[in-house]
Design a protein around this ligand. Structure first.
Ligand SMILES: [Zn+2]
Length: 491
C-alpha cells in the first residue's frame, strides 16, 4: 500500500468512529472547567484511552489534571497534544444568539473541548492503524491543563515530559483551515511589590515614603524604556494595589507586568532591564522592591517541514463541507458582531500579505460566514505578539500548530459566538478535520522516518542546538486544587 492508501484507512476509521469523539467533546463542553481544575475533562479522556489499551500516567509535572496516555513500543515516538480548560464568564448555549446556560459561569470560548478531543481521536486512529499494520512506534496523548493560564505545559516541560518525542502534533480551533509556520513571542508575568513607610499624607508627608510613587515611577521608567527595545517587545501592566486612602501615604503598592519578546535570550535581557527600572524607582523613593515571578512561557517556533506535510494531508482529505443550516447558524452569530465576514478577510490579507492567488481564494469567502477550504500556511513571516505554552513544547520538540475551522468567520476569540459553534456540528466538523490531518501526517511519519530526519534538522537549525531552559524558576510550584467528591484524578 502506498501512503495515500494508508491515509485513507485512518480517514475512514475516523469517519466511521466519529460519534464517540463528538460525544466526548460535547460532554467536556457541557461541563466546562477552568484552568488547573479540569478534573472531569481529564478523567473522561484518560479513562477512554485506558479502555483503548493506552497506559495512563497521572500527575505529570506535579499537576493533578495532567496525564500522559501511551501505547506501542520503540521509535518513532509521536505526541498528540491536548488541552481542555474553559474560560470564566463565557457560559453560552449552543444556539446562534447570546444566552448563557449558567449566568457568569465558564464556557469553552477557545474551543479546548475540541482541541483535546480532536487529539484523542487522532491518537486512537493512529494506534489502530499501527496495530493493524504491525508497525513499531509509540503513540502518546498529552492531557495538558491550564493553557488559558499560560503555563500547564511549562511545568510538564520542566519535568522532562516531552524530551523523547520525535515530533508533536496539535491543533487549535480557528476560523480557517491552515497549518502554521509563524512564531509567537515568549512571555514573563512578574509582580513588583514596593514597600515604603506610611504617614499622614496631610499632617506629616515628610515622614512617609510612598510605595505608590515607586510604582508610578517604575511605570514611567518602563514607558521610556519602550523606545529602546526591539520591535517585537511588548510590555504591559496593571496596578494591582495602589494604597488604601488618599490621606495615608501608601506603605505597600504593587504592579503586575507581562513582558514579551520573540527570542528567549532577548526576553531575559529585557526582563533584566525592567528589574533595573524597578530598583531605580525604589532608590528614588527610598522604598524597597520585591520581585515575584509568576509565570512564563517560551517563544513559539513552527516547524515548516511538518507544516508542509500537514498541508499535503489536507489536500488529500479535501475541504470541510458545511451544510446550509450550519452556514446560516454561523451567519446569525456573525451578524451579532459588526462587520465580521469581510473585515476578517481584509485583516487576513493585511496581516499575512499572501500571494495574489491566495488573496483571490480568500476573496471567495468575503460574504461567507464559514471558511471550509484548506489554505497553505500564510503566516510564514509573522511573529504573533500573543503567547502560548505550546512555545515551551516547540523549544523541545518540532511542532506545527494546525488551525481548523471550528468557528464562524472572524468571530472574536474568547467570545460567546465561539462557545456556541464549539458545542455543535460546526465545531465537530472542524475537530474531525483536524483529527484526520494529524492522523494522516502521523501515518506519513511512521511510514517514512526520513521525514523525521529533515524535521529534526530544521529544529536544530532553529534552536541553534541550545537546550531548553524553562522560564519558570526551579522552585516554582504550580497552583494545585483538589477535586471534590469522586473526581479524584489520581490512581
Ligand atoms: Zn486556546
Amino acid at each position: 500500500m502506498d501512503i495515500s492508501e494508508f491515509a485513507q484507512v485512518v480517514i475512514n476509521w475516523l469517519d466511521q468512529n466519529q460519534s464517540q469523539f463528538i460525544e466526548m467533546a460535547d460532554q467536556i463542553w457541557r461541563t466546562p472547567e477552568l484552568a488547573w481544575k479540569e478534573f472531569k475533562s481529564s478523567r473522561l479522556q484518560a479513562d477512554f484511552l485506558q479502555k483503548e489499551g493506552f497506559s495512563v500516567t497521572w500527575n505529570v509535572g506535579d499537576l493533578n489534571t495532567a496525564f500522559i496516555a501511551e501505547w506501542g513500543e520503540g521509535k518513532p515516538i509521536l505526541g498528540f497534544i491536548g488541552e481542555y480548560d474553559a474560560l470564566p464568564g463565557l457560559s453560552q448555549k449552543n444556539q446562534p444568539t447570546k444566552e448563557a446556560i449558567d449566568d457568569g459561569g465558564p464556557g469553552h470560548g477557545c474551543g479546548h473541548n475540541l482541541l483535546g478531543t480532536g487529539a484523542v481521536a487522532s491518537a486512537v486512529a493512529v494506534q489502530k492503524w499501527l496495530k493493524s499494520n504491525g508497525k513499531s512506534g509509540t503513540v502518546r496523548y498529552y492531557g495538558c491543563p491550564a493553557e488559558e493560564k499560560g503555563s500547564g505545559k511549562v511545568f510538564m516541560a520542566r519535568a522532562g515530559a516531552f524530551n523523547d518525542l520525535d515530533a508533536a502534533l496539535n491543533f487549535h480551533p480557528s476560523s480557517i483551515n491552515m497549518p502554521a509556520k509563524g512564531g509567537a513571542v515568549g512571555v514573563n508575568a512578574i509582580y513588583f511589590r514596593f514597600f515604603g513607610q506610611s504617614a499622614h499624607a496631610g499632617g506629616a508627608p515628610h515622614k512617609g515614603r510612598s510605595a505608590l510613587d515607586a510604582v508610578e515611577l517604575m511605570n514611567v521608567g518602563v514607558n521610556y524604556l519602550r523606545e529602546h527595545v526591539k520591535d517585537d517587545v511588548r510590555m504591559h501592566y496593571i496596578i494591582t494595589e495602589g494604597g488604601k486612602a488618599p490621606n495615608i501615604v501608601p506603605e505597600q503598592a504593587e504592579v503586575y507586568y507581562f513582558i514579551r519578546a520573540a527570542k528567549p535570550d532577548y526576553l531575559a535581557e529585557v526582563v533584566e532591564r525592567v528589574h533595573k527600572v524597578a530598583e531605580g524607582a525604589a532608590l528614588m523613593t527610598e522604598t524597597t522592591v520585591e520581585i515575584r515571578f509568576e509565570e512564563g512561557c517560551s517563544a513559539l517556533l513552527s516547524n515548516h517541514y511538518l507544516a508542509d506535510l500537514q498541508y499535503q494531508a489536507m489536500q488529500l482529505i479535501g475541504p470541510i463541507k458545511f451544510t446550509q443550516e450550519e452556514i446560516d447558524f454561523a451567519q446569525t452569530i456573525n451578524n451579532a458582531f459588526p462587520g465580521t465576514n469581510s473585515d476578517y478577510i481584509d485583516d487576513m490579507i493585511e496581516y499575512y500579505k499572501p500571494s495574489p492567488e491566495i488573496v483571490a481564494a480568500l476573496d471567495e469567502y468575503r460574504d461567507q460566514p464559514l471558511v471550509g477550504r484548506n489554505f497553505i500556511a500564510l503566516d510564514e513571516r509573522i511573529i504573533a505578539t500573543g503567547s502560548t505554552d505550546v512555545g515551551d513544547l516547540s523549544q523541545i520538540v518540532p511542532v506545527s500548530m494546525l488551525e481548523t475551522t471550528c468557528f464562524s468567520t472572524g468571530c472574536p476569540g474568547h467570545s460567546w459566538g465561539n462557545v456556541a459553534t464549539g458545542g455543535m456540528s460546526i465545531g465537530h466538523r472542524g475537530m474531525m478535520h483536524a483529527a484526520k490531518i494529524m492522523a494522516v501526517t502521523a501515518v506519513e511519519l511512521y511510514s517514512d522516518p526520513s521525514h523525521l530526519v529533515k524535521i529534526r534538522q530544521e529544529f536544530e537549525q532553529k534552536t541553534g542546538g541550545k537546550p531548553y531552559v524553562p522560564m519558570i524558576p526551579e522552585d516554582a510550584k504550580p497552583p494545585r486544587y483538589e477535586p471534590d467528591g469522586d473526581q479524584t484524578p489520581e490512581e
